[in-house]
Design a protein. Structure first.
Length: 703
């Protein structure tokens, strides 16, 4: 495939980003409006446009890699399949009871999100396994037929099956799956033993329901995309990124679509890590702001942080033992990303008390912000930035999206300025600052909530709006360096280039560490290796396996996932090493360790990986800069409107420049406020330094 151009495409809430990678490593990009009525159409059109611009034929494309928001949007918008749940008698309301906790303790108006499978579509069957996998009550097939009768009458599109302790013995679940397949062959069915064969009833049920809820829309989308590719003469077989940062054959996604819920954000983090390492940094906060959401993740010592316990929806999607977002539990491997509903298309509104709010509702690609002139009348973050002068008043995306600033002013005046009795500049700046405050939650959830100080990291900003808001966000967190890479607006598409082919699987094994049977552990690992290698359609000899295990103190409700030392892990030395590793990790996460409390292995995990040839980023090739322009830009009430130089990235090639600067490019815009300095490094990254943040750190250290 190396001798053929490759295509990478990522769908966002407003734009679909496409990158073409030529055999010599050079890259061409294209941004097109997303098509919510049929996302596949926007992807195919964007790919064909980029191919045509570069004088290529579709038959020349060797590989297509893809990341999308189809599964995520189905959950966030509640537009997934009509999903039924079949469960053990007495456990119908697990989805309602959740974790028996209120995520926002002091919010009397808090309402948990509605279950993805409504109670009227949840059915009990008579059966019972114990935690050892022994049948206490045999499966009553008459009760299963009765449930299937009700499911058929309800006309649902998908069914999730999750029985008590099926991870220990899947026989009853497998039989119900057979009965559903025989009677309802057109219905999408998920069994928890295939999706998440682990302990914890709520997490397992929620994850299985999510898999069924997003299954039909994901399948429909992939079928449509495959058909469009075939009709256009493009490769019909393509690869999808999953939430843990690897890529798999798109055909394998259909059976477990929940694994791609966070695939788009994951691709961005993969790309940011490559940028960071080539720029000479090892610790970074990634900040990805697009049209609908803002995402943050942490990279430490050059390593991605992954999680097994994630929540999607509920105002903020995150993985944290200490701060739950009240969303839907998704217990599958994911890159540890926190996501909030704040993007360029996020709608600005006021609540019943008159307080200013931003998001989570978005104007999306259609009708889009008011300035697009496509029928949108509500002001958005993009409209506020347009009023401030941060954005080109004539067109966005290199002229692809014409805009009218007067429409932004009218919308913002009507909703914010006039009702609040402030001028339009103050109103727009208030929106800009407010959205930075909202995004601070995302960054803190992966830093301060985990015992990390944001000031110890650089920030890598990308996405269509990352460069616009990154400096404001960094200032509020005390971060002194912001990096905006070339092609920042399409970095999630470019990140697909750096991912390995991989998949993962897990198995429950609840045993004390010092009493686990080595033969049993070895057998479980061997089974997981065989399963994951088969999913990749590779011989085990071609695959690199990563072994991990979930550990906890006896009686705890949550585990920590740690590497599993192969070979000697259950020898006396291996047991001692595992116990010390867990104690140290527990102390880092929670601030303490226990002595005399038994440690248990809860689950075993295997990741099967086929490393792809490492391709560095293409060398930076400075182009002749566009003529420098000037524009009046508002930087807050202290400075008011000031004249800012409007340049492109090449305008920084001669050396560092002090703000105020507006760096305009096809993929996005970078804001450099008056008290900051910007330069371009050897890799073409814009490096913005915030001297105020640096001085604040020095003052604090002196105190």
């Amino acid at each position: 495939m190396a001798s053929h151009p490759r295509i990478a495409a990522d769908i966002g809430g407003t734009f679909t980003d496409v990158a073409l990678i030529r055999p010599d490593g050079s890259i061409a990009t294209r941004k097109v409006s997303s098509t919510p009525d049929d996302y596949a159409r926007g992807v195919a059109e964007g790919i064909l446009e980029l191919i045509a611009i570069n004088d290529l034929d579709p038959s020349e494309i060797g590989e297509i890699m893809h990341a999308c928001t189809v599964a995520t949007n189905a959950i966030l918008e509640g537009k997934g399949a009509r999903t039924a749940l079949v469960t053990t008698e007495g456990f119908r309301d697990v989805l309602e009871m959740r974790r028996i906790r209120v995520p926002r303790l002091y919010d009397p108006l808090y309402e948990k999100p509605p279950a993805l499978s409504p109670r009227k579509w949840r059915f009990e069957v008579a059966e019972r396994m114990d935690f050892r996998g022994e049948a206490l009550t045999p499966l009553d097939e008459a009760s299963v037929h009765a449930a299937i009768d009700a499911i058929e009458a309800a006309g649902v599109d998908a069914v999730a099956v999750c029985l008590l302790h099926s991870y220990a013995n899947p026989a009853h679940e497998r039989r119900i799956g057979e009965m559903l397949a025989a009677r309802l062959p057109g219905v999408f069915v998920s069994l928890s033993v295939d999706v998440l064969p682990e302990i914890r009833e709520y997490e397992r049920t929620s994850t299985t329901v999510i898999n069924s809820f997003v299954g039909p829309p994901v399948k429909s989308y992939l079928d449509s995309l495959e058909a469009r590719f075939a009709a256009a003469g493009l490769p019909e077989r393509f690869f999808m990124m999953h939430s843990a940062g690897g890529i798999v054959d798109a055909r394998t996604v259909v059976s477990r679509p929940a694994q791609i819920v966070e695939c788009g954000p994951a691709a961005g983090v993969i790309g940011a890590r490559a940028i960071m390492l080539e720029a000479g940094f090892t610790d970074a906060i990634t900040f990805d702001m697009g049209g609908t959401t803002a995402k943050a993740s942490l990279i430490e010592d050059g390593h991605l942080l992954r999680a097994e316990d994630y929540e999607v929806g509920g105002g903020i999607s995150l993985s944290s033992k200490l701060a739950k977002g009240g969303g839907y539990a998704l217990k599958l491997p994911v890159i540890d990303i926190s996501e909030v509903g704040a993007g360029g298309g996020s709608i600005v509104w006021r609540d019943r008390a008159g307080a200013l709010k931003v998001g989570p509702h978005s104007a999306g690609a259609a009708p889009g912000p008011a300035c697009y002139g496509a029928g949108g009348t509500e002001p958005t973050v993009t409209d506020a930035n347009m009023v401030l002068g941060y954005l080109n008043p004539e067109a966005l995306a290199g002229g692809a999206v014409p805009v009218d600033p007067e429409l932004s002013r009218a919308a913002l005046t009507r909703v914010v300025a006039e009702p609040m009795g402030i001028d339009i500049d103050r109103a727009a700046h208030g929106v800009h600052e407010l959205v930075s405050t909202v995004m601070t939650r995302a960054v803190k959830s992966v830093t301060t909530y985990r015992g990390r100080d944001p000031r110890d990291f650089v920030m890598i900003a990308f996405g269509g709006n990352g460069g616009i808001h990154s400096v404001s966000l960094a200032r509020s967190l005390g971060i002194s360096t912001v990096i905006v890479p070339p092609g920042a607006g399409v970095l999630s598409a470019l990140g697909l280039l750096f991912a390995d082919i991989e998949t993962s699987a897990s198995a429950a094994i609840l045993r004390p560490v010092d009493a686990a049977d080595p033969a049993l552990v070895a057998a479980r690992f061997a089974a997981l290796e065989a399963q994951t290698a088969a999913e990749l359609s590779r011989d085990a000899a071609e695959v690199t396996f990563v072994h991990e295990a979930d550990f906890r103190y006896r009686g705890q409700a949550f585990e920590l996932t740690l590497p599993f030392a192969e070979g000697r892990a259950l020898s006396p030395e291996g047991v001692a090493s595992a116990l010390e590793s867990f104690a140290a990790a527990h102390e880092r996460a929670y601030g303490y360790r226990l002595t005399g409390t038994p440690v248990e292995i809860v689950s075993l995990r295997v990741t099967a990986r086929v490393p792809r040839p490492r391709r560095g980023l293409p060398p930076h090739r400075p182009r002749a800069g566009a003529p420098e322009r000037r524009r009046a830009v508002y930087f807050g009430p202290d400075r008011g409107r000031v004249e800012a130089a409007v340049i492109d990235r090449a305008g920084l090639a001669a050396g560092p420049r002090s703000g105020p600067l507006i760096v305009e490019e096809y993929e996005g815009t970078t804001i450099v406020p008056p008290d900051c300095q910007a330069r371009v490094d050897a890799r073409g990254n814009i490096v913005v330094t915030l001297p105020v943040a640096a001085r604040a750190r020095e003052v604090e250290a002196a105190e």
